[in-house]
Design a protein around this ligand. Structure first.
Ligand code: HQG
Length: 188
C-alpha cells in the first residue's frame, strides 16, 4: 500500500471501528455506513475521500480490514470494533490451537486475569504464529501465547471468525494459555 492509502486506511479504521461520531457519521447496528454518507461526513471535517479511493483501499488492504456490501453501497470494518456492533457472526469450532501476540510487559497481568478484550469487543486470535508475533510487535517487545482453543470450546466458550480470518472470543482464562519461548521468533 502506498503512503496515502495507508493514511486513509488508518482513518477508516478509526472511524468505522471506534469513533464515527468524530465526523458525525452514524453506523447502523451492523456497523455499516453508506459510502456517500462517509464521504460527505469526512469532507465536513476536511478529509477528502472518493468512492474510487475507498474501493481501492478495500481491495488492496493488507489485512482485508474492510468489506463492501454486495451492492457496493455500504462499507464496514470486518473486526476490531470498540463500539458495539452486531457483526452477525456464527459461533464456529476453532482450530485446536490459536495464537495471540502481545508485549512482554503485559504478561504478568495476562497471566493473572487471562486475555481480556481491552476496549475492543473481542479478544483477537490468529491462526498462525507469524501473524501473532507481528501483532505483538505493535505493542513493544513481542511474545506469543498459544491458546488451547478447542479445549475452551469444549468447555462452552464461543468462538467466531471474522471475514478476514481473525478468530474472536470474549475472554481467554489463564488455564488455556501457554507462553511460547521467545526464541521461536527466530524461525523463518
Ligand atoms: C493486551 C490489529 C494486560 C493484549 C491486530 C493486547 C489485531 C492485556 C492489548 C487487532 C490483557 C490490546 C487487535 C490483560 C489482553 N492484561 N494486557 N489481562 N488482556 N491484553 O490493539 O489483539 O492492524 O486492542 O495482549 O492485527 O493487539 O488494527 O488488541 O496487547 O487483529 O487491523 O491488551 O488489531 O489489527 O491491544 O490487536 P489491542 P490486539 P489492525
Amino acid at each position: 500500500m502506498d503512503q496515502q492509502s495507508k493514511a486513509v486506511s488508518k482513518f477508516l479504521s478509526y472511524i468505522l471501528r471506534h469513533r464515527p461520531d468524530t465526523i458525525d457519521l452514524e453506523l447502523n447496528s451492523g456497523g455499516w455506513a453508506t459510502l456517500s454518507d462517509l464521504i460527505q461526513c469526512a469532507a465536513k471535517y476536511d478529509r477528502f475521500l472518493s468512492e474510487e479511493m475507498i474501493r481501492k483501499i478495500v481491495l488492496s488492504n493488507d489485512k482485508q480490514r474492510f468489506r463492501l456490501s454486495e451492492d457496493g453501497q455500504y462499507i464496514r470494518a470486518n473486526q476490531g470494533h470498540s463500539i458495539p456492533v452486531d457483526l452477525d457472526l456464527l459461533p464456529l469450532i476453532p482450530p485446536a490451537v490459536l495464537f495471540h501476540g502481545t508485549a512482554t510487559r503485559f504478561l504478568e497481568s495476562i497471566m493473572a486475569s487471562g486475555l481480556l478484550p481491552s476496549g475492543r469487543q473481542h479478544v483477537h486470535l490468529s491462526v498462525s504464529y507469524e501473524t501473532a508475533i507481528t501483532v505483538g510487535r505493535r505493542h513493544g517487545s513481542p511474545i506469543v501465547l498459544e491458546i488451547h482453543a478447542q479445549k475452551m470450546h469444549g468447555n462452552g466458550h464461543l468462538f467466531y471468525c471474522s471475514e478476514n480470518d481473525v478468530w474472536l472470543t470474549n475472554h481467554v482464562p489463564t488455564q488455556y494459555l501457554v507462553e511460547l519461548a521467545q526464541n521461536q521468533d527466530q524461525r523463518q
